[in-house]
Design a protein around this ligand. Structure first.
Ligand code: SF4
Length: 372
């Protein structure tokens, strides 16, 4: 009998999705694809679907925004098929999100307090946390750091979305507000980082589906990101332009159509130091990625973004004397990579000819490049 009720509830939820324009087929397909992305068998798809239609809808989620541009909310709400927007707005119990909720003032504050008291919710943080002075970011009448700690107290887990929430991001680069990421503040709860400027919504949906299906966070890399989406996916190694890199063909003139598909290293590509699945799991519902559309990778998912990768359209280093190290560092892992060694390392891995070509091109450009 219990099984029948469960099946009926599932059917009702799937019917509801169909009414929202999400076909049962595309939703199940999304769940199966998400399972595969997370390193599981596609047969886990129905388990994820069940989590989405039953567990998620009962799990309260609080979404707090600190120092950020709302880009991650926008990324999520712009996604399609099946729309994480529809799922987040209509299927989970999103209790608080200042971008999408209609209520304000004491009504929204009351919802927040009530949820804190109930406990067993998930907290999503977007934007960084100022530590220099609470007045830099006041949310619901409190300094954001105080609010984040209060929210984390009775939460099951905290999800930091976007590079600002994960590592400080752009506000940290400005160096004024003492901006830090969530894991520098929240020490006693599981924290998962979903960086990106903005994050890809499927990274968040997959992580939520995994958590709600197995009541634990997926495997993380050494800087707190789901391994399946970040740690094992080096942008350079999966790049559609890597053949040009290996042949030593580098775009240097944006106006030359003959070289439009060549490697973007010399115009600032940070792919060799960046780990994310952008070249496998394309953006905008599988339409494109930065590099495929002609823009160099900005390294936006890395902890050193923005300060450590600026300027975006300039190569990260210009070697002194053109000396190529013989023992370059590996690109494995994710955080704290030595940019100079890695870029030379990947060049050497291609061939000494390519390495020398990269070094010579960078030396030629030395006079043109100003590092901020
Ligand atoms: Fe692709 Fe950038 Fe590597 Fe060139 S340097 S192959 S554009 S990731």
């Amino acid at each position: 009998m219990e099984e029948q009720i469960k099946d009926k509830d599932n059917e009702t939820s799937l019917l509801k999705m169909e009414l929202m324009g999400i076909s049962r087929r595309s939703f199940l397909k999304f769940c199966a694809a998400t399972a595969v992305m997370l390193g599981l068998e596609s047969s886990y798809g129905p388990i994820f679907a069940e989590a989405a239609t039953e567990a998620i809808k009962k799990k309260p989620v609080i979404w707090l925004q600190g120092q950020g541009c709302t880009g991650c909310s926008t990324s999520l709400l712009s996604s399609l098929n099946p729309g994480p927007a529809e799922i987040l707005l209509d299927m989970i119990s999103m209790r608080f999100n200042t971008t999408i909720m209609g209520s304000t003032g004491h009504v929204s504050a009351g919802v927040l307090e009530e949820t804190f008291k109930e406990g067993n919710y998930l907290v999503v943080i977007e934007g960084s946390i100022p530590t220099a002075d609470p007045r830099y970011c006041i949310v619901e009448g409190k300094g954001f750091e105080e609010l984040v700690l209060e929210a984390a107290k009775n939460a099951e887990a905290v999800v930091a979305v976007g590079t600002c929430a994960a590592y400080g991001g752009l506000p940290k680069a400005a160096g004024i507000t003492g901006a830090v990421g969530v894991s520098e503040i929240v020490k006693d709860k599981p924290v998962v980082n979903i960086p990106g400027c903005p994050m890809n919504p499927s990274w968040l949906m997959g992580t939520l589906l995994y958590y709600l299906s197995f009541q634990e966070l997926p495997a993380l890399d050494n800087i707190g990101r789901p391994l399946a989406y970040y740690g094992n996916n080096n942008i350079h190694e999966t790049c559609p332009r890597v053949n040009y890199f290996q042949k030593g063909q580098f775009l240097t003139d944006w106006n030359d159509p003959a070289t439009a598909n060549w490697c973007l290293l010399l115009v600032g590509c940070k792919g060799p130091i960046t780990n994310a699945d952008c070249n496998r799991n394309w953006w905008n519902d599988g339409v494109n990625s930065c590099i495929r559309s002609g823009a160099p990778c900005a390294g936006c998912v890395q902890p050193q973004f923005y300060e450590g990768v600026a300027p975006l359209y300039a190569p990260l280093f210009v070697p002194e004397g053109g000396v190529v190290p013989t023992q370059p560092e590996t690109t494995a892992g994710g955080g704290g990579l030595d940019v100079k060694s890695v870029i030379l390392g990947v060049a050497l891995a291609a061939s000494p000819v390519v390495a020398n070509k990269v070094v010579n091109s960078l030396k030629e450009r030395k006079g043109e490049v100003k590092h901020g």
